[in-house]
Ligand binder design. Structure first.
Ligand code: SF4
Ligand code: FES
Length: 248
């Protein structure tokens, strides 16, 4: 396939940035999207030009690093996949493909397609954990019975990979889907009850402090989430928050 790539190039956080056009020839439909970018970068390096900076790590849909817009859609045209799981067979010969970084005040661009998502880390630090006695007297998790529905729902929430597509797709740059997944995975389990009140209050406070917008129930986050995280988690987090506010 022959393609035209239009890629956002930005030297650093202060640079204004611009779209730069790159023609690509002989692209195999069996390549992954990131392999196609690898080929482009090797070509740029061979020509003595600066390669396109983009985040990636696992390349199998579990780390959440490969976050970018492809033709205006978070993680590209396929649903329930990350960019690293996207293949060039999803495009056709002659296509023009726009590739851009996430756009959100709380995710400032560092370089080219790489944004700073450390706001998510700080939200996690604010409460996305449980405290367990690890002195050797830790209770075996299997000795605490949990009904299957709650276990499955908690597991589904825990599949959030922190990619940020929900924020980038939201007209308000809201992080509610991400934060609600992180709250829900503990709210549904007995292990999460001890710190439940502080967790939801602190995580929501940190989310607001980081400059994420409010949720207006548009639902774009759920549609674009590569892990199918449900809006039901937002409703659960709102209930948790209301109850914690009365207790706290
Ligand atoms: S909720 Fe979905 S889109 Fe948002 S960070 Fe988690 S996996 Fe990514
Ligand atoms: S590189 Fe890890 S999810 Fe894409």
């Amino acid at each position: 396939m022959n393609l035209t790539l239009k890629i956002w190039r930005q030297k650093n956080a202060k640079d204004t940035g611009k779209i730069v056009e790159y023609p690509m020839t002989d692209v195999s439909p069996d390549m992954s999207f990131l392999e196609m970018l690898d080929v482009l970068n090797q070509d740029l390096i061979d020509k003595g030009e600066e390669p396109v900076a983009f985040d990636h790590d696992c390349r199998e849909g579990i780390c959440g690093m490969c976050s970018m817009f492809v033709n205006g859609q978070a993680h590209g045209p396929d649903s329930m996949v990350t960019v690293c799981q996207l293949h060039m067979r999803s495009f056709k010969d002659g296509d023009t493909i726009f590739i851009e970084p996430w756009r959100a005040t709380a995710f400032p661009v560092i370089k080219d397609l790489i944004v700073d998502r450390s706001a998510f880390d700080r939200i996690q630090h604010a409460g996305g954990f449980i405290s367990v006695n690890t002195s050797g007297n830790t209770q075996d998790a299997n000795s605490i019975p949990i009904n299957k529905h709650d276990a499955d729902t908690a597991f589904d929430a825990a599949t959030c990979i922190g990619c940020g597509a929900c924020v980038a797709s939201c007209k308000n740059s809201s992080a509610m889907l991400f934060v609600s997944a992180k709250v829900s995975q503990f709210a549904l389990l007995p292990q999460g009850q001890v710190e439940a009140t502080d967790r939801v209050l602190n995580m929501v406070q940190q989310m607001d402090d980081e400059g994420f917008g409010n949720c207006t129930n548009t639902g774009a986050c759920e549609v674009e989430c590569p892990k199918g995280i449900s809006l039901e988690n937002i409703a659960r987090m709102n209930r948790e928050y209301l109850s914690a506010s009365f207790k706290g």
